[in-house]
Design a protein around this ligand. Structure first.
Ligand SMILES: [Zn+2]
Length: 95
């Protein structure tokens, strides 16, 4: 697959503010519609980080120091994080 390289800033400018809109957002790299996301957090902290990725080409972006919205499932446990990474081995993250 021919993947165009975009910078972190290109992605930040491109991504919708609302997570709900990611499902209808296009990928900067391959142009496919439909991005997925996952929050990662810490115990007793409202801050964490988020990974947004394209379900088609697996290019993703890691956004650090973000506020985790209420009622969002953030992965805090190391085991859960490891499981996520195991399930998403093919992600190519821009950070
Ligand atoms: Zn893509």
């Amino acid at each position: 697959m021919n993947v165009t390289t975009h910078s972190y800033l290109d992605w930040i400018k491109h991504l919708p503010i609302n997570d709900d809109d990611l499902a209808t957002c296009t990928c900067l790299c391959c142009g496919a519609t439909g991005l997925d996301y996952q929050y990662f957090g810490f115990e007793d902290s409202e801050f964490g980080w988020k990974i947004v990725w394209c379900k088609t080409c697996n290019v993703g972006i890691q956004i650090s120091r973000t506020i985790i919205p209420d009622k969002t499932d953030a992965l805090i446990d190391q085991t859960e994080r490891d499981r996520f990474l195991e399930q998403h081995k093919r992600l190519v993250l821009i950070s």
